[in-house]
Design a binder for this molecule. Structure first.
Ligand code: PBG
Length: 324
């Protein structure tokens, strides 16, 4: 079809036409809201590099979740910021750990909102790595048991889904086996399958106090230069029993989301991470761009690339925007 027979502008001339031919439409069902739980009562600490986001004690997490449910957002992703850290991350799998307490309260007070728990050790280890460290090296196989214990303790507390973000090899299989053996075969695993070693996690590490004390995460998180490798990671996690596959971060990795969508038939999640949120908020505060517009455009782009669901700190703002 060529000009002048074909004129693409014909179907752009009014909002009705534009709505009729719109290919990607955001919906509150697309969003998962990440939250940070801390010990204490009536705590609501603003996270400086993430304007509008807070570390909250369980009472305030419950209040926020009631709002989230009213906004018709189906799920949250819960992160714990524990009071104490040690070499073996014991507070990650403690019965009364911060995530476990928060989950129990939420399932009691806001039972219909799905609670997905992030399963990792980095917030809980004194060295800040996502696994057990032996002689300054992250020991893959020694970490698997602790990750499985953490996931199981979340399930016992009532978590609706667990989401391992550590990037140790074999952890999905280990977690699946431990859940199945203990009567939690109904609890799905959302695997952070293609998780890149990204500078965009900076604000999160301030929010969760989880920066590594030495070295970096390059020996376990993926090299940003690789896309083919993401498919291998995804296939491996599917073989091991993952129910939902995640790509993270989102905006700089839309090609990876697209490829994963083409190559696997499981639901695909994308994590619109802390740095992606911070950049838009910062530019908005400087008056350099229209924050709401760029938020909606970014989320639409992530969905257009192939994500079935988006983990995003914008979840509540975007849900409010969709109501207007
Ligand atoms: C923990 C974890 C991280 C994020 C989610 N889970 C940080 C990291 O891997 O260093 C990042 C989320 C974000 O930036 O919003 N392993």
């Amino acid at each position: 079809m060529l000009f002048p027979e074909y004129r693409p502008r014909r179907l752009r001339q009014n909002e009705s036409f534009r709505r009729m031919i719109r290919e990607t439409v955001l919906n509150t069902n697309d969003f998962i809201m990440p939250l940070f739980a801390v010990e204490g009562k009536d705590v609501k600490n603003p996270i400086p590099s993430m304007p509008g986001q807070f570390q909250m004690s369980v009472d305030n997490i419950v209040k926020t979740c009631q709002e989230i449910q009213k906004l018709n957002i189906p799920a949250i992703m819960l992160f714990g910021v524990p009071g104490k850290k040690d070499a073996l991350a014991t507070s990650a799998y403690a019965k009364d750990g911060i995530v476990q307490q928060a989950v129990r309260n939420l399932k009691n007070k806001v039972p219909d909102l799905a609670v997905i728990t992030d399963v990792c050790l980095c917030q809980y280890t004194d060295h800040g790595h996502c696994g057990v460290v032996e002689k300054n090296v992250v020991d893959n196989d020694a970490s698997l048991d602790l990750l499985a214990r953490t996931a199981l303790s979340h399930a016992k507390a009532g978590a609706d889904m667990v989401a391992p973000s550590d990037m140790m090899d074999g952890r999905v299989g280990e977690i699946r086996e431990s859940l199945d053996e203990n009567g939690f075969s109904h609890v799905p695993i959302m695997s952070y399958a293609a998780k890149y070693c990204s500078g965009f996690y900076g604000p999160f590490r301030q929010a969760a106090d989880s920066a590594p004390k030495f070295g970096d995460r390059r020996t376990y998180q993926m090299d940003p230069a690789n896309a083919q490798e993401a498919i291998r990671e995804v296939m491996m996690d599917i073989e091991e029993g993952a129910d939902i596959i995640m790509v993270k971060p989102a905006l700089a990795y839309l090609d990876v989301i697209y490829r994963v969508r083409q190559e696997c038939d499981l639901p695909v999640a994308a994590y619109n991470v802390s740095g992606e949120y911070a950049m838009i908020k910062a530019a908005e505060q400087l008056g350099w761009l229209d924050g709401t517009r760029v938020m909606m455009e970014s989320l639409t782009a992530i969905k257009r690339a192939g994500a079935d669901m988006i983990l995003t700190y914008f979840a509540m703002d975007a849900a409010r925007e969709l109501q207007t």
